[in-house]
Write a protein that binds this ligand. Structure first.
Ligand code: LIP
Length: 277
């Protein structure tokens, strides 16, 4: 049977590439940096321009489809995932990297129907790496199939995480305490690309065994969630149990054993959910 969402996925890949060119060009130029939720939560005109480009183009081609976009939500739109085909967009994941010219910046497009993720496209545009995942059909980077690491021993692993976009001392205490515990398992190393999506693509590609973070948003990880699963990985909530796209928390790992081992070390907290009214 023909794939009902192939056309949408092809369009997402083409749009991510176009948007990525725009982002890459903008890195060379002076940019106006604005602030969102905190003084370390940055946004630029490029974030806004790229999201507009994607939404306008998708609306023309698929007029009935819905959107959850990082910058549209920042501008006051609701963040509600319905059963309708929905494009979940992070125009620039790793905005801080983008502002500083740190080379991990991704255009992320996730797509869900009946609240189930169908495909994800993450274009790491400075590296020119196009990651894609289609439910039931595998994950790829520049056309090469992706496979998670086969490591089952956390002490032989690299784990990725981030410091996030808040500097609330209570949150920072939990972030550091968790990092300390994970490091002292011990693991081979702790890494962070500065982009949730790229960290998760590194799990899918087998270069890190796991990634966890609390405080991210659905647009940061919807697209890469499909890529991790299709590369053979697992997704979990930071307290164990199923991953919840609106919860702002995720553990992505190469296997269940490693995901569960990390969950044991996490000092969990619950930020305001993405779908809180
Ligand atoms: C960023 C994430 C990063 C996380 C930040 C932020 P943005 O996304 O990818 O991993 O630590 O809090 O959410 O804001 O650059 O799209």
């Amino acid at each position: 049977m023909a794939d009902p969402w192939q056309d949408a996925m092809d369009h997402a890949v083409a749009l991510a590439r176009k948007a990525g060119t725009l982002v890459r060009d903008a890195v060379q130029n002076d940019m106006k940096v604005m602030l969102k939720s905190t003084s370390v939560d940055l946004v630029t005109q490029t974030d806004q321009k790229v999201e507009k480009l994607i939404i306008e183009s998708v609306t023309k081609k698929f007029p009935t489809h819905c959107f959850i976009g990082e910058e549209s939500v920042a501008a006051g739109e609701a963040c509600v995932l319905t059963d309708s085909p929905t494009w979940i967009i992070d125009p620039v994941d790793g905005t801080t990297n983008f502002v500083h010219g740190y080379p991990f910046v991704a255009v992320c497009i996730g797509f869900a129907v009946n609240k189930q993720l169908e495909f994800g496209v993450v274009y790491s545009c400075i590296e020119d790496k196009m990651y894609t995942g289609r439910k039931g059909k595998g994950a790829f980077c520049n056309g090469e199939a992706l496979l998670v690491s086969d490591q089952k021993d956390i002490t032989q692993s690299i784990v990725a995480s981030e410091f996030g976009s808040t500097r609330d001392p209570e949150v920072m205490d939990k972030v550091f305490s968790t990092m300390r515990k994970v490091l002292c398992l011990p693991v081979h190393g702790l890494r962070g690309a500065g982009s949730a999506a790229i960290n998760m693509c590194h799990v899918a590609a087998g270069s890190v065994e796991a990634y966890y973070e609390t405080g991210i948003h659905c647009w940061d990880f919807a697209a890469s969630a499909v890529i991790v699963l299709e590369a053979g990985g697992v997704l979990m909530d930071v307290e164990g149990g199923p991953m919840d796209l609106m919860s702002r928390r995720v553990v992505a790992a190469n296997c269940q054993v490693i995901a569960e081992r990390i969950v044991k070390e996490i000092d969990a907290f619950q930020p305001t959910r993405d779908d809180a009214a």
